[in-house]
Design a protein around this ligand. Structure first.
Ligand code: UDX
Length: 451
């Protein structure tokens, strides 16, 4: 191992749901005295604004526009592996030449080849898992031959230690329909096959959030909980109240959203967003639009580039009761007192953000780990309800309206708000000085600085 001290490269996959937690992790390391450099692709570097950490580009082989330029997901991941390995090596060499040698690479779990790069330089390697520990445990069980992947489509419930019984509809899409996600599934399984070869395996979650799972897996795997990596979890400790991540791949409509929210009474607005990757159909957009109108509440809808999928009358009439924007600073919106609930796809970051701000959720999972996160929102943490899909896979306007009512009014909503407040406190405690996740980060930093 290198005898040099405390410079960590944090390598992120160039998607919003990955940059956010990894950038926040780099900032945490910097706040504890390490030098931290976030490495990401050329075309995402310019979207990142960070003062306490360095930001350096590497290449995925598609420097103008990334995966959208690639012929397929397989081709993109393959290119990233070969060009990324070379350019990450060049970055590590450059740091050494400039007198700031790197002694650890913390890499995004979608980029497992970074382990080999770290090993070639004889430096520490740590993988950062961007999903919940519960979801990760399912892949771990597959890798260890304790859970079989279905041939085509899951039909039986899955029973695993520390997890509730998971119906096929609650499974990550990579497991429920393995053939439709084969490129991502291959990378995920590659990562789990070499988990033990890492010096650290970090997970963006806290022991409190997944206590049964942590107990059941104790001693079996090397997972270290360091999350949630959400600036809002630090809200109580921040003087400025600035809760942005400092990275946005889309243009923000923050001022417009905040001034609109300022005009609304407390707990009167439904915030709706499906994250950076999910793509809803025009039929689903129509049902959402009608459900929001029927709810009789105000709404703030993030449409990204799907705005044309929503009925034109809805967009035109939205001015009266709602605001439709392409993108916003989600943390600022969730932290606003006018927001009553979050209609969400349950991406892991969105789920953690809502948990850390105590915002009740209506879960509308789309793919990836989201179905499992949605199950936990409704049943484990009981901080929201999951909207049921009809036989065509659509959440109807009536179902959405009913779910919104259940989390914003009546007896059930009081219960949900009580739980949301409880989990918020536990999450904040985990990341506060001396909390379970904070201690784990301290230990890691201590080891690197002592080396
Ligand atoms: C994806 C997966 O869905 C997620 O489950 C996985 O763990 C990581 O990759 P994504 O679909 O983008 O991510 O969802 P999510 O994990 O919720 O991340 C989205 C991020 O974008 C959040 O941090 C959220 O704050 C941010 N966001 C979203 C905005 O800043 N503005 C918006 O308008 C919408």
């Amino acid at each position: 191992m290198s005898s040099q001290k405390g410079h960590v490269i944090v390598l992120t996959y160039p998607a919003q749901g990955h940059i956010n937690p990894l950038l926040q992790f780099a900032k945490r390391l910097a706040s504890k005295g390490l030098k931290a450099t976030l490495a990401t692709t050329h075309y995402t570097v310019r979207s990142i604004h960070a003062t306490t950490v360095g930001v350096e580009p590497i290449s995925d082989g598609y420097d103008e526009g990334g995966y959208k330029q690639a012929p397929s997901t397989e081709a993109y991941l393959e290119s990233f592996k070969s060009v990324g390995s070379r350019t990450l090596s060049e970055l590590i060499s450059k740091c050494k030449d400039s007198g700031s040698p790197v002694n650890c690479v913390v890499y995004d779990s979608l980029l497992p080849w970074a382990l080999d790069v770290a090993r070639q330089f004889g430096i520490y390697a740590a993988v950062f898992l961007t999903n919940s520990a519960s979801v990760c445990s399912m892949f771990w069980h597959i890798d260890h031959g304790r859970l079989a992947l279905p041939e085509k489509q899951a039909t039986e419930p899955v029973l695993l230690p520390g997890l509730p019984s998971l119906a096929p509809a609650d499974l990550p899409s990579f497991l429920a329909q393995p053939s439709s996600n084969s490129a991502y599934l291959a990378v995920i399984m590659e990562k789990f096959s070499c988990l033990d070869k890492n010096d650290w395996v970090f997970c963006n979650s806290s022991a409190e959030l997944e206590s049964e799972l942590v107990k059941a897996m104790s001693g079996l795997w090397p997972l270290v909980m360091v999350g949630p990596m959400v600036p809002s979890a630090y809200l109580d400790q921040q003087i400025s109240g600035d809760i942005a991540y400092g990275a946005s791949l889309w243009e923000l409509s923050s001022d417009q959203c905040l001034s609109w929210l300022e005009t609304k009474p407390p707990k009167s607005v439904i915030y709706v967003s499906f994250g950076s990757m999910a793509d809803i159909t025009a039929k689903q957009a129509e049902e959402i639009a009608c459900g929001l109108i029927a709810s009789n509440m105000h709404f703030l809808l993030v449409a990204k580039d799907s705005i044309n999928k929503f009925p034109i009358e809805f967009i035109n009439s939205a001015q009266e009761r709602g605001l439709v924007v392409p993108w916003c600073n989600q943390l600022q919106v969730l932290a606003h007192q006018a927001v009553a609930c979050f209609v969400t796809h349950c991406g892991w970051n969105s789920t953690l953000e809502a948990l850390s701000l105590g915002v009740p959720m209506v879960a509308m999972p789309q793919w990836s780990d989201q179905p499992t996160n949605a199950k936990f929102v409704e049943e484990l943490w009981q901080v929201g309800v999951k909207a049921k899909k009809n036989k065509d896979g659509i959440v109807t306007r009536d179902e959405l309206e009913m779910c919104i009512k259940r989390v914003t009014a009546g007896e059930r909503s009081e219960e949900i708000i009580k739980n949301a407040t409880k989990w918020r406190k536990l999450v904040i405690r985990a990341v506060s000085l001396g909390g379970s996740s904070d201690k784990n980060i301290e230990e890691f930093v201590g080891k690197l600085v002592k080396e």
